[in-house]
Design a binder for this molecule. Sequence first.
Ligand code: COA
Length: 165
Amino acid sequence: MKKKERIGVYPGTFDPITYGHIDVVRKSLSILDRVVIAVASDTPKRCIFTPEERRKMIQGIFKADARVSVEIFPGLLVDFLRERQLKIIIRGLRAVSDFEYEFQMATTNQVMFPSVETIFFVPRAEFFYMSSSLVKEIARLGGTVSAFVPDSVERALKLKYSQTK
Ligand code: COA
């Protein structure tokens, strides 16, 4: 009998993706067969990268790993999961401050789509307090962000901020 693939969906804004997110993807692949990184296009956040730019950036990072795919999703995450008949949501749980929000999202998603399960991974300690906003602020002010993001993302940030000056 063929084993059913375990596929997890890792949603986020990813504006931009950081080593913290990449760490969560890597940890997920230690127990799942595949990970779909789902880039939210309907977000109240003011993103500097378009959804397509974010998708391409992430795709470039994982191009050597066929277990990782990247898709853009508009609207509700549960609708994206339902359409693809997927049931596992991946989230990173960092500081205690994440817990309330994550608990709220996980339970709300489960009310909307009862067969969904959210699994949490604890990222490495150095990524606990990182956020895409902090990375953007450092890059905007001319600092180096190579400790937080891959080279391709750093280059994209530099280019973006040189265009908006
Ligand atoms: N390492 C480093 N940074 C991390 C991280 C990690 N492991 N995990 C998250 N972060 C950062 C993110 O970059 C983000 O930074 P920012 O706020 O500066 O952009 C911040 O921590 C918060 O991340 P997260 O909680 O993942 O928020 P998000 O905006 O990236 O994603 C969605 C939220 C898109 C998953 C959520 O809003 C969603 O599902 N939207 C779709 C609509 C929907 O279904 N809504 C109902 C939900 S119940």
